[in-house]
Design a protein around this ligand. Structure first.
Ligand code: NAG
Ligand code: NAG
Ligand code: NAG
Length: 498
């Protein structure tokens, strides 16, 4: 119903007053946690041993919560698997699980711990939030009994869910999210919900949505939260194993924030032997704070200021029509030598950047990628290529990709192009990359030598060109437009099969 004309001034006044009360900015914290892992034998332990391990991890997380609150943070995000770790079977995980109620029950575990049976983990997290007057976001396990009246009830009579929880500054449970897109092997210990859950909650500093790790590659619930539910900030809990050249944590998560034009608070686990590092506080225009540390095994607290409503902020770049420029120009070049290179088992079409500067086009199927570039100097010992891929990715999950990328090869041997490389020496005076994308979901990545981000040094024009703003301040590893064509994905049920 629309307000009548007479009421309109009052409504406008009320809205303005509400907006004045609500904050324009807030202080966000994420904690990258080096998880203390359970014994690897895989034997089920007693509930008290399980709680003892979880308390060791919560001791560390509580330190981070206190420090974040001391510095004035409004919310802190901790990683997926951050309380009980990994290396479980369904049975050995069970002692770590609690029954987590739907937040509609209006529950403060800190003040009423036994209302839904034993819940020591929820109680402690709730008290951390309440005692420190900060929103606390964590990942734990939910168990829900079921029986033969439910035809999909697992044989052991329960569902087990990988679950994110949020407690507000009073310690009240305000969000519960069951992970939908389980990563390979995770279905050994968890079920996924029958329908994807789009979980949101309101705060004085904007509307929040939440999802977990592998979810970020799919339409539901990640894109739904932004496009349909219109959240301002996404809480992203992950145990992310870095994969160069396109899927390191800091690179892809910051690109998703830019492509979707929302804030993302990304908290990763830290374990260098599993390539797990990379957390950040990402605004649509770039990272406000991030960390990538392959040198030590320490956890790390990040704190940064964000706009509460990024879509209203002048700092947020305008919406992008991803193929507008690329479709308006013809092919830049006919290449004498094109070749196939494999990235994460996907066959890319490559062409080499043989000159210090120039314009190039490389195409695969319906995707043509255009590049204009100038290197600061053309070195004899480094090779860069322009690559295109348009197809269904089928390793560690099935999802349809359209990718344009300028990337450094590990050596001057062209057969190595596409393999991971972490360092480079060539700086670029300028670059401009665009592609004839069939999808409107494209995530722009710029990665410098040492797996470093380049906030403020590049932008995307409304016509879809990813351009440098200045000469690059560090040598370049890759410049990528990572497109996801969700409509071409296979149905969800095919994803989680181990
Ligand atoms: C919260 O404060 C109460 C009362 O001071 C204390 O007993 C409890 O241990 C605290 N818990 C946490 C998790 O901070
Ligand atoms: C990292 O994870 C591996 C495999 O799960 C484990 O064996 C190792 O102990 C972990 N490293 C640390 C420092 O915890
Ligand atoms: C080039 O690299 C490929 C793939 O790593 C390797 O098989 C081949 O032997 C290399 N060729 C030369 C000349 O080094």
């Amino acid at each position: 119903m629309l307000p009548s004309q007479a009421l309109l001034p009052a409504v406008v006044f009320a809205l303005t007053a509400l907006q004045a009360l609500a904050s324009d900015t807030f202080l966000a914290a994420v904690y990258e946690h080096a998880v203390i892992l359970p014994d690897p034998t895989g034997q089920p332990v007693s509930p008290s041993d399980a709680l003892a391990l979880m308390n060791k991890n919560m001791d560390v997380l509580e330190g981070a919560v206190k420090e974040a609150a001391r510095q004035g943070a409004h919310i802190i995000v901790t990683p997926e698997d951050g309380i009980y770790g990994w290396r479980f079977t369904r049975e050995s995980l069970y002692p770590y699980l609690e029954d987590i109620p739907d937040p509609v029950v209006n529950w403060i575990p800190c003040t009423d711990p036994s209302r839904f049976g034993p819940a020591p983990v929820q109680e402690r997290l709730s008290c951390m939030a309440r005692n420190n007057s900060i929103y606390v976001v964590a990942n734990i396990g939910d168990k829900k009994p079921c029986d033969s009246s439910d035809p999909s009830c697992p044989g052991d009579g329960r569902y087990q869910y990988n679950t994110d929880v949020v407690f507000d500054t009073q310690g009240k449970l305000v969000a519960r999210y069951h992970k939908y897109n389980l990563f390979e092997g995770e279905s050994r210990q968890f079920n996924f919900p029958k329908e994807p859950e789009a979980v949101t909650f309101e705060t004085p500093f904007g509307k929040f949505g939440i999802f977990t790790c592998f979810d970020i590659l799919f339409y539901e619930p990640a894109v739904v939260l932004v496009n349909k539910m219109q959240v301002d900030t996404v809480l992203f809990l992950t145990a992310w194993m870095n994969v160069l050249p396109f899927l390191t944590a800091v690179q892809f998560h910051s690109a998703w924030a830019m492509g979707m034009r929302v804030n993302v608070l990304a908290a990763n686990t830290h374990n260098t032997s599993m390539e797990m590092t990379g957390s950040g506080i990402y605004a649509p225009a770039g990272a406000r704070a991030y960390s990538y540390n392959m040198k030590t095994e320490d956890g790390h607290l990040l704190i940064a200021k964000l706009d509460a409503h990024p879509h209203l902020s002048p700092a947020t770049p305008p919406a992008v029509n991803w193929n507008s420029y690329a479709l308006s120009v013809g092919r830049f070049s006919q290449n004498d030598h094109e070749f196939t290179g494999i990235i994460f088992e996907d066959p890319f079409t490559f062409t080499e950047l043989t000159k210090p500067g120039g314009i190039l086009t490389v195409c695969q199927k319906d995707l043509c990628c255009h590049l204009t570039y100038n290197m600061a100097e053309k070195r004899d010992d480094e090779v860069y290529v322009l690559g295109a891929f348009d197809g269904l990715h089928v390793v560690e999950g099935q999802y349809y990709l359209q990718i344009c990328s300028l990337l450094k090869c590990p050596s001057t041997n062209l057969s190595t192009c596409g393999q991971p490389v972490e360092t480079a020496q060539t700086k670029f005076e300028m670059f401009s990359l665009s592609g004839t994308f069939g999808t409107s979901y494209v995530f722009p990545e710029v990665l410098y030598s040492g797996v470093q981000l380049a906030p403020g040094e590049f932008k995307v024009l409304p016509d879809g060109r990813l351009i440098s703003q200045n000469p690059t301040s560090k040598p370049l590893l890759s410049v990528t437009l990572f497109g996801r064509w969700y409509e071409k994905d296979p149905p969800h049920t095919d994803q989680a099969s181990p």
